[in-house]
Write a protein that binds this ligand. Sequence first.
Ligand SMILES: *[C@@H]1O[C@H](CO)[C@@H](O)[C@H](O)[C@H]1NC(C)=O
Ligand SMILES: *[C@@H]1O[C@H](CO)[C@@H](O)[C@H](O)[C@H]1NC(C)=O
Ligand SMILES: *[C@@H]1O[C@H](CO)[C@@H](O)[C@H](O)[C@H]1NC(C)=O
Ligand SMILES: *[C@@H]1O[C@H](CO)[C@@H](O)[C@H](O)[C@H]1NC(C)=O
Length: 937
Amino acid sequence: MKLPALLLAVLLFSQCLAFEFIIDGEWEEGSDHDDHFRESSRYRRNILTSEEEEDFEAVRGDDITVKSYKVESRITSRFAYTTVSSSVVNSGLNAQSIGFNVQIPKRAFINNFTMNVNGITFVGSVKEKTVARKLYSQAKSRGKAAGIVRTNSQAMETFKTEVHVPAGSKIEFELHYQEMMQRKLGSYTHTLHIQPGRLVPHLQVDVYIFEPKGIQFVEAPNTLGEHFKGMTKITHTKQKAHVVFKPSLQQQRKCSNCTETAVDGVFTVQYDVERESNEGELVVSDGHFIHFFAPSNLSPLSKNIVFVIDVSGSMWGLKMKQTVEAMKTILDDLTVDDNFSIIDFNHNVRCWSEELVPGNALQVANAKKYIQDIKPNGGTNINEALLKAVQMLLKAQNQGIIDQRSVSMIILVSDGDPTVGEIKLSTIQKNIKRVMHQDFSLYSLGIGFDVDFDFLERIALENRGMAQRIFANHDASEQLKMFYSQVSSPMLRKITIHLPVDSVTDVTQNQFDKFFKGSELVTAGKLKLSGSTTLNSFITAAAATLDINLQTDADPQELDTVLSQQQHSFAGFARQMWAYITINQLLAERSVAPTAAKKRKITHRLLTLSVEHQFVTPVTALLVESEDGPERLLADSPRDPRHGCCPAAGVITPQKVTLVESIPPSRPPWVEFLSPTPSPVKGVSPITLVENDPHFIVHLPKSNMDICFNIDSKPGHILNLVSDPGTGIAINGQLVSGKKMKNNKLNTYFGTISISAKEIGLNVVVSTKKIDLMEGKNNHSFSWGATAKITLTRAMVSIEKESKMTVTLDGKISVMVLLHRVWKKHLINVDFLGIYMPSTNLYSPQVHGLIGQFSNEPSVKVYDVHEGTEPDKKQATMEVKGNKLMVTRGKQKDYRLDKKQGSDVNCWFVHNSGKGFIDGHYTSYIVPNLDSFLPTV
Ligand SMILES: *[C@@H]1O[C@H](CO)[C@@H](O)[C@H](O)[C@H]1NC(C)=O
Ligand SMILES: *[C@@H]1O[C@H](CO)[C@@H](O)[C@H](O)[C@H]1NC(C)=O
Ligand SMILES: *[C@@H]1O[C@H](CO)[C@@H](O)[C@H](O)[C@H]1NC(C)=O
Ligand SMILES: *[C@@H]1O[C@H](CO)[C@@H](O)[C@H](O)[C@H]1NC(C)=O
């Protein structure tokens, strides 16, 4: 049953005005309704798809003057509040019907509709559907039930109203709707249908964007056509953007002498927000929090895919042609690390390959040929085809060929309801759920309108996937590919966004099965107390070869202060956004509710929320009443959300559709997280370190002594600190120079440190900008901007925001890198790194390097301590490695406890770049690459 999205019924009884509302069709529940709608949609599909778009007119009437048509969207932190308004005069000689139509995104909820007719104002309020209908029916005698409705366009539906007014009447219409922007393939797209249908003296579109973390880019691709090239103006600061489209009357004309408007199409704004680090964005406003999570710079997980393709008779022609075309591109996208197979079915079920095979060039070529040769015919046995697909994955899993960290999915493409085998939808649903393994997900794509999309969506949602309708037209293949590209790069699995149970409540879904590249996961909730304490969040997830923990926090007052100074932001966004997410989640949950009682309970909550937040949802209606009269108007929507869209599941894949009320962990995970497992570098125990322009401090535990030396090498040089062929570990540092000479000398600092563990297959490259983890062929990148803990099989990396990071290898060797940031505009100094290594590190006896060599502690004797040339710099003689050296007592800094001032370490300073203390000359420690070992002698 594909119901009209909105239904507008109107009732008016006025002495001075004659209003009448057109009936487009009101769908009541009834047994023949499905067929009826299917008929009409089939008709539309075949005949009207394109014309209808062209025919659309925002304001309709024969002899009218549209004085203004304005659209304004205020997007604040991905939440858009749009107002569409128009001022119209009946300039004809007779009474007539004037229509006001708005195409709104299917994901949006209408909030309000107001009308002013000759000075009489009608104001909207959202009420429970039955209440609104009752009020409406009380006056039914004189009114005319009216409706709207069409869901033919891919992502839009139409709000339609019509009012019958006497000659000379002035009407002002205003419609409000709200929606959450969803990130897809790396950006948010805001679309507005601008189809005034005639020339308008004041035509204006304004889109205001406010993003607290900053806007990375904002574009307004000219989707309105060549005619308007260069007419959209964008102003853009770090956090704000304003997009204006305001064609003059002359610019609107199709040609200089025409009376027809060229403004007829979609206005598009695309943008993305800044994401410096992977931990996401925690936003707190108005007693609510919203957590956005969209990490980048992670390697995708490999996948196992079974494509299940309907090749029944109805697929014949365009649909099959488009499917084949899409499949060719999709198959090309597979890599040798992915495994796949294809099942095609009509009344029979066939497998291209009985087993999963790797996505190499040969197999892909074979699969393409197989698909190309299919001739659709016969019936539809969805049940058996899906069971076969699950079986194939299960078999692979039992054989142990499914990589634990990979993603396994079934992608179903079908254009019709089952006709062969099991045809009862609820039984098929049960069958699949029963056999489906919790590690597999099902994605379903419904082509055209002959397929019960609602069913496809239910089976997808119930099995950790999502569904999409594909419109059976010339770009069906593009739609299929686009859907596939959204799910083809899973980056993370088993994601949980944790928030402290004692500070939040009414948390929306916070566990997600997968995160796909270019999308975004969102969790929202209410704050328990509007205190001023910082809100912390904590995310856990599994990436290709590692587990990550990310931490972030937000100041609960900061954003509200900023918002209160922003003219065009939507200050109430957080509250509405929380409700928007919750309502969508409840709708999804309701569609799979197992019992009637459960369903009633969900409906009740839906109702309360919809009324409280004034959203027209499937359980509410908008009652539009005259402020000083009995006139009423009702904007209604269908009883069920059958429009096949489900924002909660649009991009993200819910692991479970149930609403997570609060966080279950018995012990808040951040407690453990904030005090990381004690590592040898903790505390103030003496340690070997390199700091500043590099100053080395070597701690010798047996002699309980610290020896220092400096190395003045050249920028770009890579110095080897540890080279241990025994454990396969090499630690190197690359020098950068200061910005300018200081005391006639260009200082050098460590700008990059590389810790490479050959045996583990891990290479960690830390620079002052980011931290790269390379494991095998996987590349993961983290920023200094977030506290994170990354767990690999044999290693652990923990990053403390803007401060330090520690790598622990096999629990035996630990290295800490300290980040020193200098003032950006400092004339001389640059950001640099310090490195700290405990003497307890367990290297092999072969270890060498500027620091590694001291793991095998030389005996050191210092004697003949006497006053030096400078007062507090005592001098002495040191005997080490058979050398007698003149050393000076000095102080160096250890910055572990105090990164600004440092703490003093008293040490014996060896001159001439450590000559005599280190083996050989320092230049023999210069290596060619960041992961080089010292040549073995
Ligand atoms: C609808 O708009 C009118 C006029 O701006 C306003 O008075 C009324 O409060 C609004 N209703 C809602 C639910 O926002
Ligand atoms: C525009 O229309 C006017 C009157 O109909 C006519 O005189 C004029 O030549 C037209 N101009 C062009 C450019 O077609
Ligand atoms: C694909 O199959 C091979 C064995 O044929 C297996 O080693 C590999 O792990 C599988 N890939 C995934 C993503 O599971
Ligand atoms: C991984 O990242 C490093 C450093 O950014 C780069 O040099 C290397 O080519 C990358 N490797 C792959 C396989 O992408």
